[in-house]
Design a protein around this ligand. Structure first.
Ligand SMILES: Cc1cc2nc3c(=O)[nH]c(=O)nc-3n(C[C@H](O)[C@H](O)[C@H](O)COP(=O)(O)OP(=O)(O)OC[C@H]3O[C@@H](n4cnc5c(N)ncnc54)[C@H](O)[C@@H]3O)c2cc1C
Length: 405
């Protein structure tokens, strides 16, 4: 969606995986612009917002998540947006384009939040030529990554003329004189903008599940088992609205990501269709790109490791995305965390101008299969100067960390 807003993807139709008509051909009826208002689990039917009822034998909840929006005055002013679905993406792009073409210029954007969606939005808005500021309550962007990596990302924002304003929280938004002028009032001063975008995170949409008393997990998401069944046998839940088993934490977590939603949907569908299947869980792999920087992680960091009773050791190494002689000054940072008592990998993070996602995907597979540092230190990886040195940063970091056990 951020690539659509930033005009890398020109046509919104390219973001639609399958149209209602294509679904129809495979025997699936899609009712668009139709909401479920109520479920009657005893009679096996749902009440729609057009007043009609739909009966079911099996029900799948795939209600996604809700964007967190602070309850502040002015949050619904024209020019204030959230970014959750395609409609939001189209509205943001249309708003900017219309204002840019008209007399009310759209020049200045404020993004609230500093997670992956906020970071992707920085690139999109700079692509459209907008002055862009990030307003964040903390000190550094992407707080789930090591501070050393967050600082590199901050440098990338600065290099691309994105202003990063720390220790600020929104208090109110006011309309200012000439359209489309807005004023963001924070705990520490006021800022003018033409568009304000909230990217402060999401929480599971459990409204329907709670209505019928389905069990909700500690994470606030619908509780499911490995088959995606909820606490009622005939009701399944998949995607952002439900929990997922984290294989390293050995605990159910809420991780609202698209690849997980896809897999859970397939598992639920297979089970409903009579082909028994379980979802084996996740190790927490995730990635994004901001300008030319790849950012990725898998597993857990030292802080989480301590919470889950491990004794973590960690190391950060700085290498290059290709052989040093060919890297033209490009950097690749890799952090690895392992359990001191078993020598097993617990997590990894990578940031770099190329290569970071490949490193993390490899380490995710290592983590998935429970490999220890001795195995990772000599794992067979492809070598070619275009992609790195004879010793891959993965092997170097694993060998360094091995010495710390
Ligand atoms: C800007 C952006 C970028 C992202 N990038 C990535 C990425 O790079 N990688 C990644 O893994 N994930 C990414 N995600 C997350 C990913 O989009 C979600 O994890 C995924 O869409 C979840 O799928 P879902 O089907 O569970 O929920 P959704 O896609 O949110 O779908 C839920 C649907 O249910 C509908 N609904 C809710 N309540 C009702 C009701 N009562 N009646 C009828 N319909 C209802 C909603 O309208 C919505 O259409 C991104 C998210 C955003 C916003």
């Amino acid at each position: 969606m951020t690539y659509y807003i930033g005009d890398v993807i020109k046509d919104e139709k390219l973001l639609i995986a399958r149209t209602p008509e294509e679904f129809e051909k495979t025997g699936v009826t899609v009712k668009t612009r139709t909401g479920v208002e109520e479920i009657d689990p005893n009679k096996g039917k749902v009440r729609l917002n057009n007043g009609s009822n739909l009966p079911y034998d099996t029900l799948v909840l795939a209600t996604g998540s809700n964007v967190f929006l602070p309850d502040i005055p002015g949050i619904h002013e024209e020019g204030v947006f959230k970014l959750k679905d395609l409609r939001d993406g189209i509205d943001i792009k249309t708003y900017i384009k219309e204002k840019q073409c008209g007399s009310d210029k759209c020049r200045k954007a404020i993004i609230l939040g500093a997670g992956f969606i906020a970071m992707e939005m920085c690139e999109a808005l700079r692509n459209l030529g907008l002055e862009t500021s990030v307003v964040y309550r903390g000190e550094l962007p992407i707080r789930r990554w090591d501070a050393e990596f967050s600082k590199l990302l901050l440098g990338k924002l600065t290099e691309n003329n994105v202003e990063f304003i720390t220790h600020r929280m929104p208090v109110a938004i006011e309309k200012k004189g000439k359209k489309p002028g807005l004023c963001l009032i924070t705990n520490d001063g006021e800022m003018d903008a033409d568009i304000i975008i909230f990217a402060l995170g999401v929480k599971s949409n459990t409204a329907l599940a709670e209505q019928i008393g389905l069990k909700i997990g500690n994470t606030g998401a619908v509780m499911v088992d490995y088959s995606q069944r909820t606490s009622r046998e005939e009701i399944y839940a998949v995607g952002d609205c439900c929990g997922v088993y984290h294989r390293i934490k050995q605990q159910w977590v809420h991780m609202p990501l698209g690849d997980i939603a896809n897999k859970q949907g397939r598992v639920a569908g297979a089970n409903i269709g009579g082909h028994a299947m379980t979802f084996p869980g996740i190790v927490g792999a995730q990635s994004f790109k901001v300008f030319d920087l790849e950012v990725a992680k898998t597993g857990i960091d030292e802080w989480e490791a301590e919470q889950f009773g491990f004794h973590p050791v960690s190391t950060i190494i700085w290498g290059t995305p290709s052989a040093r002689s060919m890297s033209k000054g490009k950097k690749l940072g890799l952090k690895m965390v392992a359990n001191k008592s078993t020598g097993k990998l617990l997590g990894a993070q990578a940031v770099g101008e190329g290569g970071a996602v490949t490193k993390i995907n490899t380490l995710s597979a290592c983590l998935w299969s429970g490999m220890n540092l001795d195995e990772i230190g000599y794992i067979d990886l492809a070598y070619s100067p275009s992609f790195g040195g004879a010793w891959d940063p993965i092997q170097i970091a694993a060998q360094m960390l091995r010495k710390m056990l």
